[in-house]
Write a protein that binds this ligand. Structure first.
Ligand SMILES: NC(=O)c1ccc[n+]([C@@H]2O[C@H](COP(=O)([O-])OP(=O)(O)OC[C@H]3O[C@@H](n4cnc5c(N)ncnc54)[C@H](O)[C@@H]3O)[C@@H](O)[C@H]2O)c1
Length: 438
């Protein structure tokens, strides 16, 4: 099948590459000329495990190409995926300006039987809006479907190729069949292909993210309470997780959720609710709890130093909003960096993949370490924000030797408090009583 993917970011690039890998001919279109030039040279602008090799192989086979030329990408495409960003507007609703620009530009070149598919996360009713706009621009009825994407950055290729389910919202059986055929190679283990209305498909994506965010805010609030109650969140987590009605997934306390999806999608769903006269009480609480949780680590560090960070040297491990990605959009590390710098601290950061993106924002306002241990030299404390595997089994003796003070604020509960006590650390984690050296 000949496919065009519009928007070559985390979702579009993975989508295009995986469809090329299953034998389709894919053209990825983007307005960012620099990105397209780099991709055409075989350079991958984002970090996503396994992606580089897959792009290279499919590009070499002639199944995957990159362009800024809308006419060339769209004219022969049988399916056109829209994967541009849908960032939050000032009121929390989804900003669809990029999407409408794309709809207007593809309308000029769209083949009459082509199916236009939204992969971007878009408010309920957007598919209907695209149908209307394409009808106005082309003078005919165009085929439009919703196919929300559930991949996780850091495991995007695996998720795309082995999806838990594929959701397709379409108005006709023919359109459903086009997408079913396209996804067939990824559904060989009988994972479901769920066909529904575009409105239900659009809603499904927001509800999935909102529920996951709800679990995170819930466990974070409970963790904060555990600290005050002298209970241990990990014991409580185990105590509830074995209940088959509850389970363990997404019930890990931390520094709050970040990334380009949960924060914006919770707010966008709340905005949709308000627009329809429904008060989004749970969604508002989830969002507010998360904003507060992103401040918790900074508050603890502040309190530890008696409210005065001036001249303190703080090491920070983990900048990406989660491991195995370089994505720092809405990352909790950014909130912490802002607070530490505002308080007058010197901050030395390390992340295996996200240093370039952070350097582009902060330049020489931060120090950048070559490795996790290098960040620790003469540090008054270490703050751990992202649970990269690299941080899980460090040499605590070397850490202690390098740091000025053996003090760790662990936002991801990577270590065992009693062991940290033995190693001579002051150790603060989330939802547990802090430990002092033995
Ligand atoms: N990132 C994720 O993990 C994830 C997962 C599921 C769904 N989504 C959704 O997918 C969508 C895309 O997310 P992303 O993270 O890939 O975004 P992104 O910012 O990484 O990529 C968007 C791309 O669209 C391009 N673009 C913008 N306007 C354009 C135009 N007029 N024509 C062509 N290209 C244009 C940008 O240059 C950019 O390369 C969003 O709606 C997001 O909510 C993201």
């Amino acid at each position: 099948m000949r496919i065009a993917v519009v928007g070559t970011g985390y979702v579009g690039l993975v989508t295009g590459t995986c469809f090329a890998n299953s034998g389709n001919t894919v053209t990825c279109l983007d307005i960012n000329a620099d990105k397209i030039a780099r991709l055409s040279r075989g350079e991958i602008p984002i970090y996503e495990p396994g992606l580089e090799e897959m792009v290279e192989r499919n590009a070499a086979a002639g199944r995957l190409q990159f362009t800024t030329d809308a006419a060339a990408a769209i004219r022969d495409a049988e399916v056109v995926f829209l994967a541009v960003g849908t960032p939050p507007a000032a009121d929390g609703s989804a900003d669809l300006s990029a999407l409408w620009k794309v709809v207007d530009s593809i309308a000029l070149f769209l083949h009459q039987h082509a199916v236009v598919v939204t992969k971007s996360t878009v408010p309920v009713g957007t598919c209907a809006g695209i149908e209307k706009r394409l009808r106005e621009r082309t003078g005919r009825d165009c085929r439009v479907a919703s196919n929300p994407e559930f991949l996780k950055e850091g495991a995007a290729i695996e998720d795309f190729q082995k999806p838990d389910r594929v959701v397709v919202g379409a108005r006709t059986a023919e359109v459903v069949d086009v997408l079913r055929n396209l996804y067939m190679p990824f559904l060989r283990t009988e994972n479901p292909f769920l066909a529904m209305s575009p409105e239900s498909a659009e809603m499904t994506k927001y509800v999935a993210n909102a529920l996951l965010a709800t679990k995170i805010s819930f466990i974070n609030e409970v963790a904060n309470l555990c600290e005050r109650m002298e209970a241990d969140i990990d014991d409580v987590r185990r105590g509830i997780g074995h209940d088959s009605r509850i389970g363990f997934a997404f019930l890990f306390p931390g520094v709050g959720y970040g990334g380009s999806c949960f924060p914006k999608d919770v707010q966008a769903l709340a905005a949709m609710a308000r627009e329809k006269g429904v008060v989004p009480r749970v969604l508002s609480a989830v969002h507010e709890t998360n904003l507060a949780q992103k401040l918790v680590m900074g508050e603890k560090i502040d309190a530890h130093f008696g409210g005065n960070l001036r001249g303190r040297k703080i090491a920070l491990w983990g900048l990406a909003f989660k491991p195995r990605t370089d994505d720092i959009r809405d990352a909790p590390a950014i909130d912490l960096i802002e607070r530490l710098l505002a308080g007058g601290a010197t901050v030395t950061v390390f992340d295996p993949e996200a240093m370039g993106n952070v350097r582009a924002i902060y330049g020489d306002r931060l120090a950048y370490a070559a490795g996790p241990m290098d960040a620790l030299d003469a540090a008054d404390c270490l703050a751990i924000v992202t649970e990269w595997g690299d941080f899980r089994r460090p040499d605590f003796q070397e850490m202690g030797r390098r740091m000025k003070s053996r003090t760790i604020f662990d936002g991801r509960n990577l270590y065992v408090p009693s062991e940290m006590r033995t190693h001579g650390f002051i150790y603060h984690s989330i939802g547990k009583i802090p430990v002092q050296p033995a």
